[in-house]
Design a protein around this ligand. Sequence first.
Ligand code: TTP
Ligand code: MG
Length: 369
Amino acid sequence: MENLQRKIIHIDMDCFYAAIEIRDDPSLNGKPVAVGGASNSRGVLCTCNYEARKFGVHSAMASSHAKRLCPELIILPVSFDKYRAASKAIQNIFKHYTDKLEPLSLDEAFLDVSHSTLHDGSATRIATAIRSEIFEKEKLVASAGVSFNKLLAKVASDWNKPNGQFVITPRSAQQFMINLPVKKLFGVGKVTAKKLSDKNILTCGDIQKYSAHEMLDLFGNYGKQLHDMAYGIDNREVSNSHIRKSLSVEETFSSDISSNQIPDYIFSDLFEELNKRLRKLKHEKKENIKSINVKIKFEDFTTTTIQSSNSLYSAQSFVHLFRTRITNAEKKIRLLGYGVTFHIPNEKPHQKQLSLDLNNPNQKDSLTC
Ligand code: TTP
Ligand code: MG
């Protein structure tokens, strides 16, 4: 495998938003706790602690459903300011260990410690030290993955969650990949997993039975990427100058609305929120917008996204995009979202897909979680 010499750590905080809430209110300790929209207002959960997960509760679940699974569940409102402050504190801790640092979201980051002399240059011991420092200073628990590339470090950080770490060495990688379920790879959601399982492909070892060409024929460009991932190949650098690929905001209505009855203020509020978020970004400016999109979730939970690369970025363009495609009122609408994608300088197609999957900024940053 490539890059034997690199030492990459992926840190991911455990049940991040919920952990912060519990830290700040110790009476919540040991109870099932979630953060998100209220269960009587069609809200959705951002996350929940591991006590709640025992009941089958998870991120992005409707709060009302979560309450049915776990009637004792305490659902707290979202306090982004607190989460941002904790995130900043954690990022500052990472800087004690390396300058080559790539935050992926508020609660996770890649660190390249290949050239560190700390802890005798042992990435495993550096990862342990980072987790201890986070706990001592922030009273929050993190998990870590250690490996020789980003793909494997990220898979590894999920392996011993919560409060654990896992190392994939060049020597163990081959065996590890053979048994790794495809669902653990970035970008393999339910739909891709189903397509793969229809061909009896359940593990990375199953993918390895196909040549790169066969995977390309079967699944298009993504098939080739899956083939690389199945062998644990990932040459991407840990990059400090992380550039965002997209930004989106969304709102779940308090009750479903017919498409022709959506009040104007909903469109203008969404545009204003997107604008506000856009202003906060460092690198990605309005002039760098590649396309705009409108996401619609219907009452039956089916979702459609309408995208345009030819529209100006304006409030009218979003409304126009919505109106040109949603012309009948046959299905009511549950959620509306506005989003943009950005031009990425010098982007290679393969890197693009991988980093899109990795960063998945839309979901974590959306207004309704
Ligand atoms: P995750 O790291 O995916 O989840 P987590 O930290 O809550 O739990 P764990 O890593 O232990 O599995 O996401 C980090 C935060 O991002 C999470 O605390 C809340 C937010 N988030 C959402 O708002 N919506 C989502 O759908 C997801 C997955 C996360
Ligand atoms: Mg996390």
